[in-house]
Design a protein around this ligand. Structure first.
Ligand code: G3I
Length: 313
């Protein structure tokens, strides 16, 4: 259904269930036409030693995606988390770290030149005040690590659409303002940034300002960049309402965001961070049970699934 409109409905994929759980794998290709690998393309996983790359699992997942005609969103080339010890345990000079990052980007992007046309190049570089985070990249290379990463990714695959991806930037606020200014700067300088990823990790307890989200989407699309919803999930924990009501509220949130995306002509991809509650990152991260996704632990479709399905129809 989504393909007919050139629209991508995606999910993050975890390697463990992908390799071990056949129900998971069946639903994946049946219900989605886009995937994001949740961890295996991150620096520490794909490039665990200075001279060693580990492409085995990404290759398997990407082959599967291609056989099933799915888009693959590459995630992610530059982040301050999930970086390997060999990078953090030793002090590199600016030139050395630039060379390491350049070769990393060239190697990973080049390997998937035929199969990955969308990359999250830089992930979560700004803090909540809109200040560029201190991390190994900024502190050693300087602020320009961001534009260098986009330039190198573009050199490795000129056909890929390159994204900056972040959380808590869905509405107009200090953080999204800073990132908007960054986009204007990068675009003015001719840096090949082609899209922005809004993660949408949210909760039914948050009162999203849909008007602000719509305006925010619009200001970025007016710059000419693509808009992707990249990691959506909606927590229901810490709320005393009846389960049925919580799931109904959750389905409304999903539906509202999908509709805002569908209404913006530059928004063509909507991804949830997993699809079954069984493997969501939320319970481990928050320490609480939850049900943030589209299918139950037993793979029963939830109201959130039904709402999205109806909207797409
Ligand atoms: O694979 C090991 C396992 O061998 C070990 O026994 C276990 C013990 O802790 O850890 C396992 O690794 C964990 C990995 O997920 C796989 O489950 C890591 O500890 C854990 O830190 C890692 O969390 C990932 C997280 O990024 C890291 O910050 C989540 O799975 C992943 O979903 C999450 O994804 C991020 C996006 O990339 C960026 N936006 C936010 C999003 C959610 O945090």
């Amino acid at each position: 259904m989504a393909e007919e409109k050139n629209f991508y409905i995606g999910t993050a994929v975890s390697s463990d269930p992908f390799l071990k759980d056949t129900d998971y794998k069946d639903i994946l290709s049946k219900e989605f036409n886009s995937i994001t690998i949740d961890n295996e393309l991150k620096f520490a996983r794909v490039h665990p030693q200075k001279e060693t790359y580990n492409f085995q699992i990404p290759d398997l997942i990407i082959d599967y995606s291609k056989k099933n005609g799915m888009q693959v969103r590459g995630h992610s080339l530059v982040w301050h988390k999930q970086i390997p010890d060999w990078l953090t345990m030793q002090k590199y000079t600016r030139d050395e770290l630039k060379e390491i990052l350049k070769q990393h980007i060239y190697t990973v992007v080049d390997r998937y030149e035929e199969t990955i046309n969308v990359w999250d190049v830089v992930n979560e570089a700004y803090d909540e005040n809109g200040i560029l985070r201190h991390n190994i990249w900024r502190d050693t290379i300087g602020h320009e690590y961001i534009e260098l990463a986009f330039i190198w990714a573009h050199q490795a695959n000129p056909n890929a659409v390159l994204f900056y991806n972040d959380y808590d930037i869905e509405q107009i606020n200090n953080k999204s303002n800073a990132i908007y200014e960054m986009y204007k700067r990068l675009l003015n300088k001719g840096i090949p940034v082609g899209g922005i990823g809004f993660q949408f990790h949210t909760s039914i307890n948050v009162n999203l300002d849909y008007n602000s989200i719509e305006k925010n989407f619009k200001r970025f699309s007016d710059l000419g960049v693509k808009i992707h919803v990249t990691e959506m999930d909606v927590k229901i924990q810490n709320n005393k309402d009846a389960l049925q009501n919580k799931l109904a509220k959750q389905s409304e949130v999903y539906s509202n965001i999908l509709n805002l995306c569908l209404e913006n002509e530059n928004c063509n991809s909507f991804t949830t961070w997993g699809f079954t509650d069984k493997y969501s990152w939320i319970p481990a991260y928050t320490g609480n049970d939850d049900s943030p996704l589209l299918f139950t632990n037993e793979y029963v479709r939830k109201p959130s699934y039904n709402a999205l399905y109806k909207d797409l129809e």
